[in-house]
Write a protein that binds this ligand. Sequence first.
Ligand code: ATP
Ligand code: MG
Length: 401
Amino acid sequence: MYNCVICRYHEIATKGNNRNMFEKCLIENIRRQLKRAGVSCKVQRVRGRVWLSPEEGEVFENSVLEQIKKVLPDVFGLQSFSPAVLLPVDMDEIKKCVSDVLPEKFRPYRESGRKPSFRIRARRSNKRFPMTSKDIEIELITHAADLLGEDAFSIDLDNAELTLGCEIRDEFSLLYFDIIDGVGGLPVGSNPRVMTLLSGGIDSPVAAWLIMKRGSATDFITFHSSPYTPQETIDKVRGIAEKLNTFQRSGRLFSVNLAPLQKQIRDCCNERMRTVLYRRAMLRIAGILAERCDCRALVTGDALGQVASQTVVNMDTINRASDLLVLRPLVGADKLETIRIAEKIGTMEQSKVQVPDSCTVFAPGNPSTSVPAALAEQEEAKIAEYGKLLEKIAEEAVLET
Ligand code: ATP
Ligand code: MG
């Protein structure tokens, strides 16, 4: 019975002059995600809304609708969506449709002998329509009671199990039963590209996802320490990047062997500062690749205080190694919150697999939680041709996907 899916957005609607760009980007993303799932339907923009309609025929096939329901909750920028019936602006037509649809919606309750709570939610943006929203609600609830019997439901205006939405707009009206939550945020691609430092851990995939949710598509860079870390270290991150790429037009993954530098740090620098020095090198190398890929910021999964390299002082010292803006969307997140997101977006399973990590190679048992930037610079100065070594390592980055 549904002949359209109406998509709502919130934050995009607050945009001024560039709202058009955001809407176009959203539509592009919806089309791409539907295509990826093998769903064919029309996607169009109609007066501040995006809606989907069947490619062929009058109404959506159930199987197509089910697939749409699977795809849309992953599209950044969508606040909510509803499978809906598109109708003329005519109360008789609306009531006729309610008569067609409502008995089916109430059937499970009738069969189980349970009385659901029910409400009508009307909205009228068409001010020429002769009834107010309240009038429409009263008219339709009366109609429903006539149709189903007074005893078929109880009315609950705040928390009903069944809600019938009715919108009266200038050119058409809409009826719908479900408001399905979208993920919110901004369409990915509406902000400049970024480069995520992706480890095999739980945090950095979530950080990448949160930044995509704010509109930036991302490329990825991962560091390994071959031969001290196995091929599995890279393979694991490749799998995570592939998963993350299902949320955006695919980004590239570069793998970089940090071992040559780690050996220099081991041989020349203060042992307790190693991790901070690794991190500073990672940011610098990521910055070189970011520039090549036209990425305007770096992204990491740092959370304040989580490990020794994430104290305020060490984060500051690490941060100073980067000329580029470093985005840390998890800086204030609780680990359990991060895990919940990782589970929701489907990266947790892969992150849980234990493989050796580049950062632990030659890592000290007792790392310093407070390495002032000046000291880190002093240590780096002990490495011969440090800058050249970084360039060389970046030069040898391998494009994995
Ligand atoms: P994660 O769970 O994302 O690994 P973490 O809590 O283990 O994070 P760290 O290992 O201290 O924290 O790393 C902090 C951040 O530095 C990571 O979130 C990631 O952005 C970056 N990072 C760490 N190791 C690597 C690596 N081998 N390759 C790429 N980025 C890395
Ligand atoms: Mg880690």
